[in-house]
Structure formats: structure tokens, C-alpha cells
Design a protein around this ligand. Structure first.
Ligand SMILES: NC(=O)c1ccc[n+]([C@@H]2O[C@H](COP(=O)([O-])OP(=O)(O)OC[C@H]3O[C@@H](n4cnc5c(N)ncnc54)[C@H](OP(=O)(O)O)[C@@H]3O)[C@@H](O)[C@H]2O)c1
Length: 300
């Protein structure tokens, strides 16, 4: 995994997240103006991207009107018009409708040849290329839900023979507007990333849920247990993000011999927590690959 390709325009925010500070001089068009597109538009505009260089197309007129009113972006009346003006085109529709959208825009894609970025979960590059007419500069990405707060983690993959380094930088800059980005060298690793960062927010919610319940069992008021849990999660995440030390070292540093943390960690170890995480992520990775296969077969 390549995580060290960071352009000079990158900085850390107070939340310790990487953001891009130099606005892109690129016209970015979205097909689909739903949740994920809204997050990306919000992030791009917050990063200083000119809203007039952001175009959105959607089947619902009301959604487009809301996006224009909220962010000043331009709504277009058709997917074809979106492609015509795009330097970078983001496919932000649900996987189930992606084939129809790609086949609709194929002639214009082949004529204008924009960079195409897919955020659709599980739709493989081989199908996207087939539906778009082949030889397309295509980047496949896997964002996660904290993108809504510009605190996402997005994993990207591109075939180096199809996508120039400048186009990779463009894709990276766009996705970085909603949080951290990193590249993987093989498309199959997107399934691993889905298991880690795609599904990951739910694992942390589960841990928070369990900690809150355990705190309540020990007599803490539910509101206090809730606040202590989420603030501790946030504090630990910020320490891990902003420190140069690994989580393992940070953990060791807060674990005094014979103390309370050591007792709790030993009980976690006796319960096989680390192995359980590995098993759970392997299951999620395999399921991601299986869903991807099924989605491909359903579209054949
Ligand atoms: N949400 C996440 O956290 C998340 C995380 C990772 C990846 N993703 C991926 O991001 C993509 C978008 O997800 P989302 O949650 O943003 O979905 P969403 O809120 O449903 O947005 C998709 C939008 O596309 C519109 N649309 C449907 N058919 C269209 C067409 N033919 N032309 C133009 N627009 C059309 C939909 O309109 P209607 O509502 O009228 O159908 C909807 O407004 C998905 O492929 C998903 O796998 C999402």
C-alpha cells in the first residue's frame, strides 16, 4: 500500500486529518447527487474549490435544487451534459444502476475522455471499462461514511497503464476533501480495505456500545457512560493520529505493570480479542469479494 504520496499542498487540521488546501483547477462533475456526492461537494467547497466548477446531475430535480442552493454548484439537466463539461467525472450512483448510467454516457466518455472516478462499492474495473467502452482513465475508490464529516478514509486503485500520475493526483485531491486517502496496488485489496475502513466505523460503534454498557453495569449513569466512552474514543483516535508512535507503543505506555489497564487487557487477550478481529475482517473481506462477484454476474 502506498500511503506516502502526499502533494505539498497537504496539511493537518486540528483533528489530525489530512486535507488538501490548494483548490483544484478542475471541473468536477457528479452523476448522482445523493449522500456521498453531497459529502464530496461539501468537502470540495470547504477546500476552496470554485462551486461553478462543480456540476451535478441527478434524476431528482429537488435534490439538484438543494445542492445548488446550499453550495452554489451548477446542476445540469442530463448525465450526458455532465460528462461533456467534466475534467473529472465522479460516478456516485448506487451499484445497481451503474451499468445503465455507464452505457448511457459511453459515447460521450469515449469522445471527451475525462478522468472517471467510481465510488460505487463492489463494482469491478473490468465491468466499468466494459460498460464505458474500454481504455478509460478510471480510478476505483472505496470511501467510508465518516466522509459525511470530512473525516473519512478513502482507498483508491488505478491501473497505472490507464491513469497518468497527474490524474492520480487529481483523484486523490478530490477524495482527500472528505478525509484521508491511500492507494492500493491491486484491485483485490479494495476488498481488504472494505473490511477494514469501509465496515470499520461499525466495529468502533460496537466497541463504544460495549464499553458504555459495561460502564453502566458498574453503576455509571447512561449519559455519563456515553460521554466518557465517545470522548475516550475520540481522544485515543487523536493520540494515535497525531503521535509518531504506533498504537501498540501507545498502549504499552498507558499500561502500568500490575495496574487496572493491564488487568483489562489481559482479560481481552484471554478472550482471544485480536484473533477475533482477524477472523471478523477476513469474513468481511471474503464477503466483499463474493458480493462483487455476484454483482458482476447479475450484470452479465
Ligand atoms: N453512503 C456511503 O457511506 C458510501 C460509502 C462507500 C461507498 N458508497 C457508494 O457511493 C455510491 C452512492 O451512494 P449514496 O449513499 O450517495 O447513494 P444515494 O444517496 O442513493 O445517491 C445516489 C443518487 O443517484 C441518483 N440516481 C439514480 N439513478 C440515477 C441516474 N440514472 N442518473 C443520475 N442520478 C441517478 C439517485 O436518485 P434516486 O434517489 O431518485 O434513485 C440518488 O440521488 C454508491 O455506489 C455506494 O456504493 C457510499
Amino acid at each position: 500500500m502506498n500511503t506516502d504520496r502526499q502533494p505539498s499542498s497537504v496539511t493537518y487540521t486540528t483533528h489530525g486529518l489530512l486535507t488538501q488546501t490548494r483548490p483544484l483547477q478542475t471541473t468536477v462533475a457528479f452523476i448522482g447527487g445523493g449522500n456521498m456526492a453531497t459529502s464530496l461537494i461539501s468537502g470540495l467547497v470547504a477546500d476552496g474549490h470554485d462551486p461553478h466548477r462543480i456540476l451535478v446531475s441527478d434524476t431528482e430535480h429537488e435534490k439538484l435544487a438543494n445542492l445548488s442552493a446550499r453550495f452554489g454548484v451548477r446542476s445540469v439537466s442530463s448525465n450526458l451534459e455532465a460528462v461533456t463539461h467534466a475534467d473529472a467525472l465522479i460516478l456516485a450512483v448506487k451499484p445497481q444502476v451503474l451499468r445503465a448510467v455507464c452505457e448511457e454516457i459511453q459515447p460521450i466518455i469515449q469522445k471527451h475522455r475525462p478522468l472517471v472516478i467510481s465510488i460505487a462499492a463492489g463494482v469491478r474495473e473490468i465491468y466499468l471499462q466494459q460498460w464505458l467502452g474500454h481504455s478509460v482513465a478510471l480510478v476505483r475508490t472505496m470511501p467510508n461514511t465518516p466522509a459525511m464529516l470530512q473525516a473519512g478514509a478513502t482507498v483508491l486503485h488505478a491501473d497505472r497503464n490507464m491513469v497518468s500520475s497527474q490524474q492520480r493526483d487529481t483523484a486523490e485531491s478530490i477524495m482527500r476533501s472528505v478525509g484521508l486517502t491511500c492507494w492500493v496496488e491491486t484491485e483485490a485489496l479494495l476488498d481488504a480495505a472494505t473490511a477494514l475502513s469501509g465496515s470499520g466505523p461499525a466495529y468502533f460503534f460496537l466497541v463504544m456500545e460495549a464499553m458504555q454498557q459495561a460502564g453502566m453495569k458498574l453503576g455509571l449513569d447512561s449519559g455519563i457512560a456515553h460521554l466518557l466512552t465517545i470522548q475516550t474514543a475520540l481522544g485515543a483516535a487523536r493520540m494515535a493520529m497525531e503521535s509518531t508512535e504506533s498504537p501498540a507503543t501507545l498502549r504499552e505506555k498507558v499500561t502500568s505493570r500490575g495496574g487496572t489497564t493491564e488487568t483489562a487487557l489481559r482479560i481481552f487477550a484471554d478472550g482471544g480479542l485480536v484473533a477475533l478481529f482477524s477472523k471478523a475482517l477476513t469474513g468481511a473481506r471474503d464477503r466483499s469479494a463474493e458480493l462483487s462477484r455476484m454483482l458482476g454476474e447479475a450484470n452479465e
